[in-house]
Design a protein around this ligand. Structure first.
Ligand SMILES: Cc1cc2nc3c(=O)[nH]c(=O)nc-3n(C[C@H](O)[C@H](O)[C@H](O)COP(=O)(O)OP(=O)(O)OC[C@H]3O[C@@H](n4cnc5c(N)ncnc54)[C@H](O)[C@@H]3O)c2cc1C
Length: 419
């Protein structure tokens, strides 16, 4: 094993590791990047449905707010390298970007592979020593400081190590949770791992009947009794196992936490969140007058998607072929109440392998937020999803990985300069 005192070894060629490698090399460090897969950035390549939602144009306070998993830990990283810094860097390297609805920033080409290839070119240009198909198994230490790494092919000395092995979701992209084990072996605390940004599994069979139906401008609420309640407004989707879509994913972090604590979760969909029950009742009455000669199944088409009518009628206990003029007031009230709170029982989440991000990870209490250095082992830095940090969709997770990767690289370089 070479002494490697001036070398930075980076473990994981994902989002955080790629920017860390390019940044450290730019600062003049000798960099070795280890990636266990045969290609770097496999997860980056599937982000944003293949379009790579790089970051968001929102102010940094919004990034913190959109990061339910330890957002405040990211203050320093964002102070040193924020969304504008990232875009300046990417534009300087020739990538064109565009901003879409909700401030989401994408490559103008709509192609995540363009971003991957950009980083692959940069690794070559900046002379990063790339070790593909090489899995790091251990981080070596001496006198409380990193001294090198062990891989399935050999051992390498290092003056500093950056651990960016990602989370546990989408393991086929290489993120199989190795970093958690390596960090634990060095004495780090790893908080419980669970899926975040994950579809929810429901008991009711009507998810299957409505499979593929997307609802806009609805409100989705979850309730685990007592003070555990949350609600989001926007778009959602029925699937063969339950529910998914933007507002479900946003609430899934809380749902997955409450389920892991053994709570039962009741959910409900408000199909008309802008209307109070009284106003909706008046609206229903109006429609029933218009269609008074029809059967109930034919009288509700102006109020909800066609595919929902039978399900809502059945939940409200109303026969679909009941003539509108025969509908009793109590039945109409039951119909209105069902439209305001279509009930669901959340029994679980989809498996972590299908999660967009992993909640939990290396405890941020043991990482210096101003440098990303471990408080347990000197000259060991961590970045990206291996940390107990996770955000909502909108480009916030990639920015967190980029910002922490950038800061870790600068800090690692400084630590070698001072050695
Ligand atoms: C389907 C999907 C879509 C997403 N879309 C978006 C989006 O549009 N915008 C957004 O902000 N976020 C998105 N995310 C989340 C985002 O991709 C992650 O948060 C981000 O990739 C985390 O970066 P990372 O560098 O920490 O980990 P990763 O990008 O997962 O990289 C970790 C790397 O480490 C390597 N590795 C692991 N163990 C070892 C080892 N022992 N030795 C060597 N190498 C190892 C892995 O092979 C991998 O390449 C999406 C996630 C998924 C799953």
């Amino acid at each position: 094993m070479s002494s490697g005192n001036k070398t930075i070894c980076i473990i994981g060629g994902g989002v955080a590791g790629l920017l860390a490698a390019v940044t450290a090399a730019d600062e003049g460090a000798s960099v070795k990047l280890f990636e266990k897969m045969s290609k770097v950035g496999l997860k980056m390549g599937i982000t944003g449905k293949g379009r790579c939602n790089l970051t968001n144009s929102a102010p940094i306070m919004d990034f913190i707010a959109k990061t339910p998993g330890n957002g405040k830990f990211l203050y320093s990283a964002y102070e040193k390298f924020n969304n504008e810094d990232l875009l300046d860097l990417l534009h300087g390297w020739g990538l064109k970007t565009k901003v879409e609805r909700g401030g989401r920033v994408f490559p103008a080409s709509d192609d995540a592979q363009e971003v991957r290839h950009l980083f692959m070119d940069l690794l070559r240009k900046k002379k990063v020593e790339l070790h593909l198909d090489e899995s790091v198994t251990r981080i070596l230490t001496k006198d409380g400081e990193v001294s090198g790494i062990v891989t399935d092919k050999g051992s390498y000395g290092a003056g500093a190590v950056i651990l960016c092995t990602g989370g546990s979701s989408y393991p086929r992209t290489g993120s199989t949770g190795d970093g958690y084990r390596m960090a634990r072996e060095l004495g780090h605390k790893v908080t419980a791992i669970r899926p975040a940004l994950i579809p929810l599994v429901c008991k009711e069979s009507y998810g299957k009947e409505l499979q593929g139906l997307s609802l806009k401008n609805v409100s989705f609420s979850i309730d685990a009794g007592g003070r555990r309640k949350a609600s989001e407004f926007g778009e959602m989707l029925f699937t063969h196992f339950g529910v998914s879509g933007p507002i479900v994913l946003m609430l899934s972090d809380k749902a997955s936490l409450w389920l892991s604590q053994g709570h039962e979760i009741k959910a409900s969909i408000d199909l008309k969140p802008a209307l109070t029950e009284d106003v909706l009742d008046k609206r229903v009455l109006r429609d029933l007058e218009t269609y008074h000669l029809k059967q109930m199944a034919g009288a509700l088409q102006d109020l909800m998607p066609h595919r929902m009518i039978d399900v809502i009628l059945s939940l409200a206990g109303i026969e679909r072929d009941l003539t509108v003029s025969d509908l009793k007031k109590a039945q109409r009230i039951a119909l209105v109440k069902t439209m305001k709170a279509m009930p669901l029982t959340v029994t679980g989440t989809r498996p972590i392998s299908e999660a967009i991000v992993t909640a939990g990870g290396v405890s941020v209490k043991e990482i210096n937020p101003s440098t990303m250095e471990s408080k347990v082992v000197k000259k060991l830095y961590m970045a990206g999803e291996v940390l107990d940090v996770h955000a909502f969709t909108g480009g916030y997770n990639l920015q967190a990985a980029f910002s922490t990767g950038h800061l870790a690289a600068l800090s690692a370089v400084r630590s070698l300069e001072n050695a």
